[in-house]
Design a protein around this ligand. Structure first.
Ligand SMILES: C[S@@+](CC[C@H](N)C(=O)[O-])C[C@H]1O[C@@H](n2cnc3c(N)ncnc32)[C@H](O)[C@@H]1O
Length: 397
């Protein structure tokens, strides 16, 4: 079958008997034979088995588990195609919005992740095979930071004796290289783990004196505890926050709302450029971290509220000239969009990790706001995900 083009997940699109197929490890214009993975009512999924005319953009994946693991999607593409794929994806999805789209900002392709959730099964530790609960052992994962890979090597022997562990999560502090290990399941002897980490948490119980790690973004330091969200890629999150701060300075923002603020990351990063910031976040531990982070960075013009944005935003009145939103993949609740329009800020800065929900939200905000520009960021190299920062400006009435 001839591959027509790529879909938004980096799979090759083919047509067979009028039905559309999405094929892993297949590039545009290649002629492939494929193995069927799953037949659906209106489409099918497969994986290429042989290719008769390999694309000039194809490279040999640097990982033996690539075709069975769900972690990476683009390892068979050369670097130029990886960039083009993400750039085209953003263009195609945002085309109708008629906005300026800057070039993809990228950094190192490998060893960037500071967090991983590993599964343990039958004395082995690894990741799940794509769309299944079958374990693939991790051998020097290309995406994980080198320090995390070193820890996994030690854990391989450890889990041979501790077979009742279910998951082990590792979080690594940027720059500080402090390590948090979170174990779920039954465990007999944990003292060996203490040599590997600064913070050990077993089934919600903190074993060590220290209960959070310190991580950096740019020159700001942040406490991160077990349940708190933290960006996985140091280089790119630093670039994103610098971009947000440059907008804030350019726009002369004074009162800023930081919605979905996590451990206060963006608000604290921009605080010295504005008069005051209010952050809203639903995870209690993250808000506790955020208050500690404010003191850690000697900042006193920021405060945080615990709760759902969609609930708390209803009571917020319009002193805010700029609102920064950084929601999870589901994007903004309709109630949040209505309230944003009522608060009536001059600018909205939308940091998004899901381009489809971003487009949906923009279609609603578009009546009141002009989209000034979008910048895509390669926060998750070698996967199909793209992070974007977009700035909106209130339309003149
Ligand atoms: C993509 S993260 C961004 C965090 C932060 N801005 C950062 O850069 O680290 C989204 C955050 O929104 C929080 N969250 C999810 N749903 C929420 C809701 N309905 N209301 C408030 N916060 C929410 C999550 O706990 C998470 O901390």
């Amino acid at each position: 079958m001839k591959v027509e083009r790529l879909d938004h997940y980096g799979r090759g699109i083919i047509k067979k008997d009028g039905k559309i197929g999405f094929i892993k490890n297949a590039l545009e214009q290649e002629d492939i034979e494929y193995e069927l993975i799953k037949e659906h009512k209106n489409y099918f999924e497969g994986i290429s088995k042989s290719i008769s005319n390999e694309s000039k953009d194809r490279v040999k994946p640097q990982c033996n588990e690539y075709l069975i693991c769900g972690g990476c999607n683009l390892l068979h593409m050369n670097d130029e195609l990886k960039v083009k794929f993400k750039q085209d994806k953003i263009f195609n999805i945002l085309e109708k919005l008629n906005t300026k789209i800057n070039e993809l900002v990228y950094s190192s392709q490998y060893n960037y992740r500071n967090k991983v959730v590993l599964h343990v099964q039958n004395g082995k530790i690894g990741l799940y095979k794509d769309k299944s609960n079958e374990l693939i052992e991790v051998n020097d994962c290309l995406l994980l930071s080198k320090k995390i890979n070193e820890i996994i090597k030690v854990l391989k022997d450890y889990v041979k004796e501790e077979r009742k562990i279910k998951t082990i999560t590792i979080k690594l502090g940027n720059i500080t290289e402090e390590v948090m290990i979170i174990v779920e399941g039954e465990i007999e002897r944990y003292y060996k783990l203490l040599d590997l980490c600064n913070v050990l948490i077993i089934n919600d119980k903190v074993i060590t004196d220290q209960e959070s790690i310190i991580s950096y973004i740019g020159d700001k330091r942040y406490y991160v505890s077990k349940n708190s969200f933290f960006q996985v890629n140091y280089d790119i999150s630093t670039k994103i926050y610098e971009k947000v701060k440059s907008y804030i300075k350019e726009m002369g923002s004074k009162n800023v709302l930081d919605l979905y603020c996590g451990v206060g990351t963006i608000g604290i990063f921009i605080a010295d450029a504005v008069e005051n910031v209010l952050g809203i976040e639903v995870v209690e531990d993250a808000v506790k971290d955020a208050n500690k982070n404010m003191r850690l960075n000697n900042i006193d013009n920021i405060s945080f509220r615990l709760g759902k944005v969609e609930d708390l935003i209803q009571d917020i009145k319009g002193i805010y000239d700029t609102v920064v939103v950084d929601p999870p993949r589901g994007g903004l609740d309709k109630k949040v969009i209505d309230s944003l329009i009522e608060i009536n800020p001059k600018n909205i800065i939308y940091v998004s990790c899901d381009i489809m929900t971003l487009r949906r939200d923009l279609e609603m905000l578009n009546e009141e706001y002009n989209i000034i520009e979008v910048t895509p960021y390669d926060m998750f190299p070698n996967t199909f995900h793209v992070e974007t920062v977009m700035v909106l400006e209130k339309k003149d009435v």
